[in-house]
Design a protein around this ligand. Structure first.
Ligand SMILES: Nc1ncnc2c1ncn2[C@@H]1O[C@H](COP(=O)(O)OP(=O)(O)OP(=O)(O)O)[C@@H](O)[C@H]1O
Ligand SMILES: [Mg+2]
Length: 863
């Protein structure tokens, strides 16, 4: 039979318990009964009675947690400070590093793990299992499963699930301990907590499910209370955080007073654009002072207070406010006269003090508070400070959030739909790519390979893993100092074991290698015995990553032909392509124009990145950099945990559906798809689409389908879920109307939908009764052909099971006492309700005949 070799046939599965094989042919599929927003599916989940939300930001490079009590949702508490740290690097999270002892028991996480590993004797270290930057493995692994392995630094492999659950378990314990301490010793347990784990928005369903499974293993919730654990999308969490941002919470680039004060005293000598000199920036002040390479830069000596901020130009200030926010009326109005009085009354020492405040936000706020204070004296009334502390996001504002992390850069676009409730709707499906800051680290490694050879670097990594970590830590602080405004080279100390091993390995010293191969690459050997990397070379290490974030070489995100050779589920999209699309839509009046582009995530601290994005996009959209951008995801994730319905509408990242049989129609369906069964012709492999790529799906929307098992006593139904990017090329390949096939290029099997029918079925007393009254292997319900529709056991005769409301039918049946014989004389029909509006795909199901709940679950890890 034609269907034998078709992908549909590959759908044939044995049920896990070894009972009757599942036959997708047996599933009666009703293709047209999509009931968006109509069906209320009652959840079988017990109500959660948590009083605190703990969000874990599981980053590629750094991780941490934050929490908030449900009775005090406005206060988000960051985790206690981590022990350890790196010279010249300020971190509010801890490195995502896990260390297991030689017996493969969990030893430590974070700085402690790194330092403990570092302190081990090299031979001993080789027996330990050290895992660093392992999160991206979930993104990269196309065949991710529960059994996927991770390679430790010693080359040995350990189940990835084990490592992720160790890491999550560590955060769980840490958070519960901290909460218990706060509760004055009263024990806070995991049941008191709603857990939120963040994942990149571009992660696949397998990766999300993997995270959830690891969390269950770690004792954060369990499969019986899945609602106790939420998966949050990183840029979405940031968007949730940004929606409440106020103007005084922006960093200096958006700070109109600082940015546009063209005083000869305030502009650094080497700063081309009047941006604030680096050593005035409180966030980095500590590292600057300890940095020998910073001497003489910008002409201001270390430790000397900057020249006071002594000029406030009212019109420049107003103009800047207007430029930044396009709302000149919102600007706090200061007259020229008031400005001159302020200049006198704001003593230079006071202003100088403002500039060395601990955090930029505080500094900015203090400036305003002080100005306000002085103004109130001048005016004899308090100026309307609400203008400057006003929310940036107002009703209907459309804004993009670009989360630049260590591993990925994620992009989302949201619109504020309800300012009072703070509700958002997603306007563009979440996109992005693996363009995080670790790309810069990789470029640095490549640079070292060019100078010291790839063979040596590989051997060094393998034989001196702890020293390699040291080297990368040294690079990390230099990387963070890379700036578009500096010209002095950056010194990177090479570990002693690097120098020593290189001599043994190559028979010459590093200095001669650097002289021979480094000079042309902008790398020199300093007299202090360090690599001296020119700013130009350092900027070069960033270039590819920055270009990728800005614009991959795409002409349009829906141009499939360019990607036909690629796996379609691996599309990576840049800011440019999303922005262009939004501009096109806005120009045709289809949507409101994009107003802001928020840069968040740790990598957004990079001045090179900030400058690059501003240069590329600030003429098209207002680029906004919130202070504390590295923790935006964590804070937003907590807010999401407090109100999971905050994003009311999302866009589907892919088109999803299952493979079904449809009545064969001549001229519509291709001949090679024709199969003959049960006295009729069927078209095999039809992709029954549940939701389309970029389609808006509200959180409560439900897609319903009904399926009929092949036999009445069947205990499980397994349906394969397919996904695809719907692209122009695919659309042109449509045979007619809306027909796609699971065998189309670009359609991939991504998971299974498992319906567990065991508890919903009572086995009839006789074998005779157990036989399905209808031996036909399949019926396909089709609204346009009501005569084909299945009419159940007679109680609903006349109602098309396609068009009828399953929920109401289920309720009717529930209220009836249906005997076994009645059931046996019926075909079983399972109503499945699918939700695509959340951060994960969810399913629930009801046995139509018995009215009992059927356990329905997606499995993306068993392909
Ligand atoms: N000033 C800076 N310049 C360059 N890179 C920086 C700077 N500050 C932080 N980073 C980089 O940002 C990354 C940390 O950011 P973040 O904590 O947001 O990432 P993550 O959560 O670990 O990664 P992801 O979200 O991709 O999983 C690190 O790779 C770090 O090197
Ligand atoms: Mg992150």
């Amino acid at each position: 039979m034609a269907a034998r070799d078709s992908p549909l046939r590959s759908d044939l599965q044995s049920s896990p318990d070894g009972s009757s094989p599942l036959n997708v042919d047996s599933a009666v599929v009703s293709p047209n009964n999509v009931q968006l927003g109509e069906v209320t599916v009652t959840s079988a989940q017990p109500e959660s009675n948590h009083f605190v939300v703990v969000a874990i930001d599981f980053g590629t490079t750094y991780s941490g947690y934050a929490f908030s009590f449900t009775r005090d949702p406005d206060n988000v508490h960051m985790m206690k400070k981590w022990e350890g740290g790196d010279p010249g690097v300020q971190n509010q999270k801890t490195p995502t590093i896990v260390l297991l002892d030689p017996e493969r028991r969990f030893h430590s996480l974070g700085f402690t793990a790194r330092d403990s590993y570092h302190d081990l004797d090299p031979k001993e270290a080789n027996k330990w299992f050290y895992f660093d930057k392992f999160k991206m493995e979930l993104h990269d692994d196309r065949s991710l499963s529960r059994d996927s392995l991770l390679s430790a630094a010693n080359g040995q492999q350990v189940p990835a699930m084990e490592i992720f659950s160790h890491a999550l378990g560590y955060f769980r314990d840490h958070a519960l301990r901290e909460l218990s301490d706060l509760a004055g010793g009263a024990l806070v347990t995991e049941h008191d907590v709603r857990w939120v784990i963040t994942v990149p928005a571009i992660w696949s369903h397998p990766a999300k499910q993997f995270m959830r499974t690891a969390a269950y293993m770690a004792g954060l919730a369990d499969p019986n209370s899945p609602e106790q654990l939420l998966i949050a999308l990183e840029p979405e969490a940031a968007a949730i955080y940004c929606r409440k941002l106020r103007r005084h919470q922006l960093v200096s680039g958006n700070n109109p007073v600082l940015r546009h004060t063209h005083s000869p005293y305030t502009r650094p000598v080497s700063s081309p654009s009047g941006s604030w000199p680096h050593h005035y920036r409180a966030n980095n002040s500590a590292e600057c002072r300890s940095d020998p390479t910073e001497a003489n830069e910008s002409g201001v000596k270390k430790g000397v207070s900057p020249r006071p901020y002594s000029t406030i130009n009212a019109s420049a200030y107003k103009k800047t406010m207007a430029d930044s926010f396009q709302e000149p009326d919102d600007v706090l109005d200061i007259s020229e006269n008031e400005v001159s009085i302020l200049q006198t009354s704001c003593a230079s020492e006071t202003v100088s003090d403002w500039l060395v405040q601990e955090s930029e936000g505080l500094r900015f706020h203090v400036i305003y508070s002080s100005i306000a204070q002085h103004l109130s004296k001048i005016r004899h009334s308090v100026p309307d400070l609400s203008l400057v502390i006003k929310c940036i996001i107002i009703a209907d504002t459309v804004y993009m959030v670009v989360d630049c992390g260590g591993g990925t850069v994620d992009i989302t676009v949201h619109q504020m739909t309800d300012t009072k409730a703070g509700h958002l709707k997603e306007l563009h499906k979440a996109t992005g790519g693996p363009y995080g800051s670790t790309g810069v680290d990789k470029e640095f490694e490549k640079l070292l390979e060019k100078i010291f050879t790839a063979e040596f670097m590989t051997a060094f990594k393998q034989q001196r893993p702890a020293a390699f970590v040291d080297l990368m830590v040294a690079f990390e602080s230099r990387k963070r100092n890379a700036s578009p405004h500096r010209s002095n080279p950056l010194n990177i100390a090479l570990p002693f074991s690097f120098i020593d091993m290189f001599k043994k390995f190559r028979g010459k010293d590093v200095e001669s290698a650097v002289r021979k191969h480094g000079t042309g690459l902008g790398v020199q050997w300093s007299s202090q015995g360090m690599l001296r990397v020119s700013q130009e070379t350092m900027r070069g290490l960033f270039q590819d990553t920055l270009d990728n974030i800005q614009q991959v070489n795409l002409t349009g995100i829906f141009n499939f032909s360019q990607f036909e050779h690629k796996n379609v589920l691996e599309f990576n999209v840049s800011i440019e392509s999303v922005l262009s699309l939004l501009e096109r839509e806005a120009s045709t009046g289809n949507s409101s124009a994009l107003q802001y582009l928020f840069l968040v995530g740790g990598f957004s601290e990079s001045e090179l990145l900030q400058q690059h994005i501003r240069d590329a996009f600030s003429h098209r959209v207002t680029v906004v950099i919130p202070q504390g951008m590295g923790l935006a995801i964590l804070r937003g994730a907590v807010q999401f945990g407090l109100d999971p319905a905050v994003v009311t509408v999302r866009r589907s990242r892919l088109t999803y559906g299952v493979g079904v049989l449809n009545r064969f129609q001549d001229g519509v369906h291709p001949a090679e798809k024709r199969v003959f069964a049960a006295g009729a012709d069927w078209c095999a492999d039809v992709l029954d689409v549940f939701v389309r790529v970029d389609e808006s799906v509200a959180v409560g929307d439900v897609v319903s389908r009904s399926y009929t098992p092949a036999t009445l006593g069947q205990s499980t139904v397994v349906l394969h879920l397919y996904a695809t990017h719907e692209t122009k090329a695919m659309v042109s390949r449509k045979i007619s109307g809306d027909v796609h096939f699971v065998s189309d290029a670009g359609v991939e099997r991504v998971g299974t939908l498992l319906l567990d029918l065991k508890d919903t079925w009572e086995k009839p007393s006789t074998d005779e009764e157990f036989q399905s009254p209808d031996a036909r292997p399949a019926k396909v319900c089709c609204c346009s052909r009501r005569d084909e529709a299945f009419h159940g056991d007679g109680t609903d005769a006349g109602n098309c099971s396609v068009c009828g409301s399953f929920s109401s039918k289920s309720e009717t049946r529930k209220s009836k006492n249906i005997s076994t014989s009645q059931i046996s004389s019926a075909r079983r029909e399972i109503s499945v309700h699918l939700k695509f509006g959340g951060t994960e795909v969810k399913a629930s199901a009801v046995d139509h005949v018995t009215g009992k709940c059927v356990r329905a679950s997606f499995d993306f890890l068993s392909l």
